[in-house]
Unconditional design. Structure first.
Length: 118
């Protein structure tokens, strides 16, 4: 299961040894973990862990890690690069604008599978 809260993404898995639902926040340098015995408990634990992390960073006077900067490195083959260039050119767009639109559409579709706990 994937959850989102305040811009953070948490992934939940079953810890068979401890017999709990356990999770961690993805895509940041700091480590934020959480667990619960039921889905509602693990959702609340995720929210609490993110809130505790943000409060802790505030108390220390340091910026909390943010998962995404807005910059995305992308590597591909020369042929795919040409195809992307031509698709963008045909629509009168830059490669960046064309890719942003195409990736946003794909991401919106995938986002329907993510559970928001806001």
């Amino acid at each position: 299961m994937i959850f989102t809260y305040k811009g953070y993404t948490g992934e939940v898995f079953i810890d068979e040894d401890a017999e709990v639902l356990a999770g961690k926040v993805l895509d940041i340098r700091d480590v934020i973990t959480f667990e619960g015995e039921t889905v509602p408990e693990v959702k609340q634990a995720f929210r609490d862990s993110v809130d505790d992390y943000l409060d802790f960073c505030h108390e220390l006077g340091r910026k909390a890690n943010k998962p995404f900067s807005g910059k995305l490195a992308y590597r591909t083959t020369p042929e795919r690069h040409r195809q992307i260039f031509m698709a963008a050119k045909n629509q009168g767009k830059s490669i960046n604008a064309w890719m942003d639109e195409a990736l946003a559409a794909a991401a919106r579709w995938e986002e329907t599978k993510v559970i928001s706990v806001d």
